[in-house]
Ligand binder design. Structure first.
Ligand SMILES: C[C@@]1(C(=O)O)OC[C@H]2O[C@@H](O)[C@H](O)[C@@H](O)[C@H]2O1
Length: 469
């Protein structure tokens, strides 16, 4: 059986991780332009000044995507190219670049799927409190409207934010992302709230423009499961789902926060400063969401731990979801299981965990349209006779696509799959070591591109619409 005719086979990237040209054509400075240059913050001091030079080589890259038969390209717009100071004047050169990028996609019949925010925030806003300041939320809505009006005649698929838990959690709890703050739960929850408010407001503006595309938000999807049948650990898994999933999807799809978490925030003094207008905006726009994006890489296996210390040391490695860490509130710990398989970076490989999680989402949120907006294998790809033989990535994606097809057959409203990533790119904290792409980039030879084995495999899957899976 083939994937449905309206199912999109895509692949993704993000502005800071591919574009480079960090200070060209009027682009403003971003938080990551500065943070990545702070000693010790990134792997081997890598940064996005050049990245893989997608800004100048996008035509070559999109031509390769077309050769692959890619149906849709998910990329992000760098806010600071459009509004260099965050909420001031529009930069015409920034609009020009993304108009060219979009038009190049359409030239090949590739559907542009645009993320408005993939972590690169204009520095002026970061320096004014970032996502803990209502100003940033209001500025985002202005930026989003500029993009809707400029690109909305050709872009019909919009994601407001990518992985809010990552830039707020790593920014205010683990200190591994800008603004590099650790263990500040009050700021963390405040930042998430202003992001959700900004999302709801942007949805409202988008719908008012009557462009008749679709808009949603993308979250990390990290379903939590108990390590065993013990009641305390089952409760710990539910606790993890409340904080890691429902806190993120409820305000979007239900228009209100999960009461389990709200009650605990009140007890701990972590409740965001929110207004009735903001809460009403969430409620008023919940029904207007067209889809949710799921970035699925792994589940987490959790066990209860005694109410431990709330302040924990975080390393760059431990900040990216490797098991073994206590939760920020010390309620549970993630566990590496002996009977599971893991990537080189310690992420569990579990297509079944994804399927079970999808049913959990359907049970809670009904028939909401979903896209897998990221899924892929971060690896150090084997090179044999000068060919990139990334068989582990092929097997990883094959197993997850099989589960996607099965989920559709079980009534899950999945409408697309975007592999992370279309091309090897800069990892925020792992430099160029952690490869995800179908296309190799040779950093020892002028960033030349080279098709991997998985490029040819994915091309075949798309051509046959996954009939063999
Ligand atoms: C932490 C990490 C990784 O490096 O493996 O997770 C997978 C993927 O998620 C994306 O949203 C990030 O933009 C990209 O850089 C990757 O980031």
């Amino acid at each position: 059986m083939k994937f449905p005719h309206d199912f999109l086979f895509g692949a993704a990237s993000a502005s800071y991780q591919v574009e480079g040209a960090w200070n060209e054509d009027g682009k403003g400075v971003t938080n990551w332009d500065v943070f990545s240059k702070l000693p010790g913050k990134t792997f081997e001091g890598t940064n996005g000044d050049v990245a893989i030079d997608h800004y100048h080589r996008y035509k070559e890259d999109i031509k390769l995507m077309a050769e692959m038969g890619l149906e849709s390209y998910r990329f992000s717009v760098s806010w600071a190219r459009i509004l260099p100071t965050g909420d001031g004047e529009v930069n015409a050169k920034g609009l020009e670049f993304y108009n060219n990028l979009i038009n190049e996609c359409l030239k090949y019949g590739i559907v542009p799927f645009v993320t408005l925010y993939h972590w690169d925030l204009p520095l002026t806003l970061e320096e004014d409190g970032g996502w803990t300041n209502r100003r940033t939320a209001d500025a985002f809505v202005k930026y989003a409207e500029v993009c809707f009006r400029e690109f909305g005649d050709r872009v019909k698929h919009w994601i407001t934010f990518n992985e809010t838990v990552m830039f707020t959690g790593l920014g205010y709890l683990k200190g591994a992302h800008p603004p590099g703050i650790t263990n500040d739960e009050k700021k963390y929850f405040q930042a998430t709230h202003y992001v959700f408010y900004a999302h709801a407001k942007a949805v409202e503006v988008y719908k008012s423009l009557k462009q008749y595309g679709e808009i949603g938000i993308t979250h990390v999807f990290l379903p939590a499961y108990s390590v065993d049948g013990k009641q305390a650990n089952i409760v710990a898994a539910q606790h993890a789902n409340e904080y890691e999933t429902f806190w993120y999807y409820d305000p979007i799809l239900k228009g209100e926060y999960p009461s389990y978490v709200v009650k605990q925030l009140e007890e701990k003094g972590w409740t965001p400063s929110w207004t009735e207008e903001e809460l009403d905006t969430l409620k008023r726009n919940a029904e207007s969401n067209d889809f949710i994006g799921l970035n699925y890489y792994q589940p987490i296996r959790v066990e209860r731990i005694a109410e431990g210390s709330l302040a924990m040391e975080h390393s760059r490695e431990s900040s990216t979801l490797a098991p073994g860490n206590p939760s920020f509130d010390g309620y549970y710990r993630t566990v590496k299981m002996n009977d599971k398989t893991y990537t080189k970076w310690g992420w569990e490989i579990s297509p079944q965990g994804f399927l079970d999680g999808l049913h959990m989402l359907k049970d809670r949120y009904g028939d909401i349209k979903m896209y897998v907006t990221e899924n892929g294998l971060g690896d150090e790809d084997p090179i044999i006779d000068n060919e990139i033989v990334d068989v582990p990535r092929i097997k990883y994606i094959e197993e997850h696509l099989k589960v996607v097809k099965r989920a559709i057959g079980e009534g899950i409203n999945l409408k697309g799959y975007y592999a992370w990533s279309v091309i090897d790119l800069l990892s925020w904290l792992n430099g160029y070591k952690k490869q995800y792409g179908f296309i190799y980039v040779d950093h020892a030879d002028n960033l030349n591109r080279k098709k991997k084995l998985s490029f040819h495999w994915y091309k075949h899957i798309i051509e046959t619409r996954g009939e063999e899976l």
